[in-house]
Design a protein around this ligand. Structure first.
Ligand code: ZN
Length: 277
């Protein structure tokens, strides 16, 4: 099984957090100029802006808006906390609609000390509560399983199988999965779970980066594709075999790369995309 060769950057999407030092306006100009095909906008990048105007700027330069990142963080220890989380997700849905983003990535959340099963139930209930508004705007909600090292406070959904369970429970065409190699590359069930996800028409997004050895920071030491040990081509082949034809989204949190000249970094992103993704 081999992946389709990447010969151009039309299916390359970059997350605004990847080039963290750039504002959203700068990122849009630079990505478009570099021939990047799509963008995933992080919500912090929209603070203090008229969101519809950012959407207009994106459409004017032909950058496809892949998703808004991120919603989620549903679990809470109090009923007020649960309600606040649902409200924040409703706000994210309205922001996505204003931006023109068809999808929101969900980092589902967890509460330290609370049983993971309880958090998973709260996650399913929270998504269910936000779904009517997502239906109004036709916004897809993509559950992103996170590596188990984040099970304490970032996500109780740690495998594709666990994400598929929540999707099964909700059984809704707007609820699917964002598969991020950083979080799932180690999973012995990966091929089978990606196959099932595709079969159920819920493989909504594909995120790429690499895993550094040694990893010096659990959040901000991701590698650029080719720098680490993730079998990227093999996983992309699985994703393509499952019927996925969307963007390959480069999502790299890296203090090391953020300290570099971002124009040079974008050049390296394109090289890594074409050669190692
Ligand atoms: Zn991701």
């Amino acid at each position: 099984m081999s992946a389709i060769p990447l010969t151009d950057t039309s299916k390359l999407c970059v997350h605004t957090i990847t080039t963290k030092p750039w504002s959203v306006e700068e990122a849009i100009d630079k990505y478009a100029e570099a021939g990047v095909g799509g963008i995933t906008v992080w919500r912090q990048w929209l603070e203090g802006r008229k969101i519809s105007e950012v959407g207009d700027q994106l459409r004017a330069c032909d950058l496809e808006i892949v998703s808004l990142c991120r919603g989620g963080f549903f679990p809470a220890a109090t009923s007020q906390g649960l309600e606040d989380a649902i409200e924040d997700n409703r706000l994210a849905i309205r922001e996505a609609a204003e931006l023109g983003a068809p999808m929101i990535v969900l980092v589902c959340g967890a509460v330290p000390g609370q049983a993971l099963d309880e958090s998973r139930k709260q996650i399913a209930d929270g998504i269910a509560a936000a779904l009517p508004l997502a239906e109004d705007y036709n916004i897809r909600l993509a559950i992103e399983p996170l590596h188990p090292m984040y099970a304490d406070d970032r996500s109780a959904i740690n495998t594709m199988a666990s994400a598929n369970e929540v999707c099964d429970r909700l059984d809704h065409p707007l609820v699917g999965i964002a598969a991020d190699v950083y979080h799932i590359w180690w999973d012995p069930d990966l091929a089978e779970q990606i196959r099932i996800t595709g079969e159920k028409n819920r493989l909504f997004a594909y995120h790429v980066c690499d895993w550094m050895t040694p990893t010096t920071d659990l959040l901000n030491d991701r590698g650029l594709m080719g720098e680490g040990c993730i079998p990227l081509e093999e996983i992309r082949a699985m994703v393509e075999k499952a019927g996925f034809t969307g963007f390959n989204e480069v999502e790299v949190f890296s203090d090391r790369w953020w300290a570099r000249d971002q124009d040079e970094f974008l050049t390296e992103i394109k090289k890594a995309y074409l050669n190692y993704t």
